[in-house]
Ligand binder design. Structure first.
Ligand code: GSH
Length: 239
């Protein structure tokens, strides 16, 4: 398999980095510097129309299915694509597949956006935003509660087997503390977080591109790129 991985070291990028490392697939990392605006180039938008990373291009498809290489955007879609293509980290039976999809949709529709907005108010928003901050802190906490109940009688999200459902939910739990949340009230989540953290492939995934990680608050230039995006501003940059 020959894969290009469009990536920047953030929790959403780690999800796919972890899966690629777990699968042991060779891949070429293409950094998408989201503070510089790489996500708005016409080339990247052709792969990822929502101007967000992660995304992948699978060059092997041409060999199997005649035609162009296949691009995939949205972390959940990428993970299903790779799990189904390799037959790993996802149950093949219809009910197991259904449960995997439930947790992938839950992550990308609930935990991810709520944690992402919480991160915005913890790390980036300037000035006082008590209502918004509390709203997202509450939602992040609620999502931790959802995982806590799910993991009450299961080692992993789907049961005894580690899967893409764990890989997609884990990165936003990894950074609970920097988001201002304690895991003290969530013993099952804490246990699960530690078990997954101890996996060498997970460590390699989280370390991918760590030299690009932000050491300081964003500059004014980066703020302009990242925040206040509209259809017009993205359209203008996309050319
Ligand atoms: N729902 C998307 C979320 C991806 C996402 O939000 N990526 C962020 C980095 S964590 C990004 O690319 N941001 C670029 C921007 O805000 O312009 C997924 O799960 O893939």
């Amino acid at each position: 398999m020959s894969l290009d991985f469009y990536y920047w070291p953030t929790p959403n990028g780690w999800k796919v980095a972890i899966l690629l490392e777990e699968l042991g697939l060779p891949y070429k990392t293409i950094p998408i510097n989201i503070g510089k605006g790489d996500q708005f180039t016409p080339e990247f938008l052709a792969i990822s129309p929502n101007n967000r990373m992660p995304a992948i291009i699978d060059h092997d498809v041409a060999a199997e299915v005649p035609g162009e290489p296949i691009s995939v955007f949205e972390s959940g879609a990428i993970m299903i694509y790779l799990a189904e293509k390799t037959g790993r980290f996802m149950p093949a039976d219809p009910l197991g597949r259904k449960e995997t999809l439930e947790w992938l949709f839950w992550q990308t529709g609930n935990q991810g956006p709520m944690a992402g907005q919480l991160s915005h108010f913890v790390n980036y928003a300037q000035g006082e935003h008590t209502y918004s901050h509390e709203r997202y802190a509450g939602e992040y906490d609620r999502c931790l509660g959802v995982l806590e109940r799910r993991l009450g009688d299961r080692e992993f999200i789907l049961g005894p087997d580690y899967s893409i459902a764990d890989m997609i939910c884990w990165p936003w739990v990894l950074i609970a503390k920097p988001l201002g949340a304690s895991l003290d009230a969530f013993p099952n989540v804490s246990r699960w977080r530690q078990t997954i953290k101890a996996r060498p492939a997970v460590q390699r995934g989280v370390d991918l591109g760590k030299e690009f990680r932000r050491a300081a608050p964003p500059t004014d230039e980066e703020r302009k790129v990242l925040f206040g995006q509209t259809s017009k501003s993205v359209g203008e940059q996309a050319g």
